[in-house]
Design a protein around this ligand. Structure first.
Ligand SMILES: [Zn+2]
Length: 150
């Protein structure tokens, strides 16, 4: 009887894990931050409730910092370069996570719109140098507004 109860408890634990997102612990705080920023703008998004998979990776091409893979047969998957992640500041980590979630969760594509001074106006810039990125603690809120309102 005790054996049976343990087995049932174990099964419950397993099925609970499989229903949520699978996000590596290094990335998790930034995914939670994305959800918080969404909710504060009236968007009811909880990334941890999605079936997203996200991990730090050592097998991305050298020029790729992060990517979101769409596959109709599988959950969306984000990979972020481990080498770049280890060098990044908190703000740079936020930027790359928010960009990839822009693709994977908000289904946004790239935009290289720029202001009169040539600076990018969106986190969803392509990274090709068409516009210049200047993402700081004092202007991040403007970028995050743009991210969730387009
Ligand atoms: Zn992108």
């Amino acid at each position: 009887m005790l054996m049976l109860m343990l087995a049932v408890g174990f099964l419950n634990a397993c099925s609970k894990d499989e229903s949520g997102a699978n996000i590596s612990s290094d990335l998790q705080p930034y995914f939670e931050r994305f959800s918080t920023e969404a909710v504060s703008r009236g968007k009811n998004i909880n990334v941890l409730d999605s079936d997203l998979i996200a991990s730090l990776s050592i097998d991305l091409p050298p020029t790729v910092i992060g990517q979101c893979q769409h596959n109709s047969a599988k959950p969306n998957e984000i990979k972020i370069s481990l080498k770049d992640w280890q060098k990044f500041s908190d703000l740079q980590k936020e930027y790359v996570v928010f960009h990839e979630l822009g693709h994977c969760i908000l289904l946004r594509s790239h935009t290289n719109e720029k202001n009169a001074n040539g600076f990018c106006t969106s986190i969803m810039e392509s990274g090709g140098g068409v516009c210049r990125m200047n993402y700081t603690t004092s202007n991040r809120a403007v970028f995050i507004d743009e991210l969730f309102n387009n």
